[in-house]
Design a protein around this ligand. Sequence first.
Ligand SMILES: [Zn+2]
Length: 343
Amino acid sequence: MSSAMITEDGILPIALGDNWVYAVISDGEAALVDAGPDFDGAWDALVAQLAAAGLSLGDVRSVFVTHAHIDHCGLAHRWQDQGIPVAAWSQEAPQFLHGRNIIGYQTQYVFQALARMGVPQERVTGFIEEREKMRAAFRAGDDTGGGRRRARWPGLIRGTPFKPDQLLEDGEEIAVGRRRLRMVAAPGHTPGNAVLFEQETGALFSGDQLIPGSIPNPGWHYDLSAEPPRRFRSLPAFVASLEKVGALDVRRLYPGHGERSDAVEAELDRSRRHYTKRQRQLREALEGGLATPYELMRVLFPRLPDRRLWQAMAEVVGQIDALVERGEAMEVEEGQLVRIRGA
Ligand SMILES: [Zn+2]
């Protein structure tokens, strides 16, 4: 076995475009963390990187997927085709059935919510137009989406709906050889997001919960089993999960994107500072009286391009949720509009 690429923790990091998949190795067996994104050539690249470390597909005993975003779970169906079981937190199970529509299914609810939050219709239209332009660029083979951002993967990534073979609960373990990986439920980034922790090495497979050098954006998610569909308040959950993860004895981060890091406390603090700062800005903005979430967004992001509208509103709405949860702000319904008042 070539050990050059295997970390001192006995972990093989596998690069697939912008994503990391990790093989946790013990006695010639491996458990995978995340299935990997499904772009042309991804599967072959994955198999080749396993082979370079002396592992065949038959050595992989299980695949755990941290959450239902397609860059993390896109290849789950390929693993299942190999007869290798795919596991996830039970709470995320319904999300995997959306496949590549994991963002799209929420669109109609998000647009309704944006109108209630005071976003002018022309800005929503502007956002839709920008998004269509980007999609057209993708379809035309321009992976950068019109050259606005760097390509994160060598090509389009697919999302095939699937049903996990094994549903885990918080604290349950995945065994591979003599090693034990504990699933830690960490809702927020998605409603059923989870991370894996190995007590013995202090390795945390943090998925999108903790990404060194960047702050994950809180997403929009709707519980479609409620009538009307209920918005999941992602940011308070995300911050609570951050503290839950911070209470573990983590010595090294193995994130879903970006560089591995031993600076665990510094990374936690960077995230905390970000949320503290944004919430302070919002509290200050609310001293002027009632404001719609859109007006608050304009205070935080005065020169926001239309294409970033969804993302920016998700951030602001998330921070408002956190303030409301702590009793520092309240939502006031006024006909079709919702306004926020400082408390
Ligand atoms: Zn994600």
